[in-house]
Unconditional design. Sequence first.
Length: 121
Amino acid sequence: MIEITNEAITKILEKQAKEGFSAIRLGITGGGCAGFEYVFDKCNDIPSKEDVRLDYGKFGVVINKISIPYLVGMTLDYQKEGLNEIFKFINPKEQSSCGCGVSINFDLEQVNKDKIFAVEL
């Protein structure tokens, strides 16, 4: 469903050891000049009935069901860019992104193909 690179797993586990969370929350939210922004947060809460929790071994990934069609097939990576280190969403469903690199827009035809998958979960 969502691939997480070894680099991202290593960094999540480092942060988890320091900060004590049990899962990360991934998703999308409306905002920015291109229409959407990714969500990446730490969480300990038990997911609500609107969430799905995926097990990645030593940590979980919580995703709101509405976000699933946008994230299916995505890769979460961790990259060093100059002096910055960031978690990077690599998503084939992205149609465009803002110059700021935070705001994105999606190819809705691709997103709609995975809505059936989200309903089945």
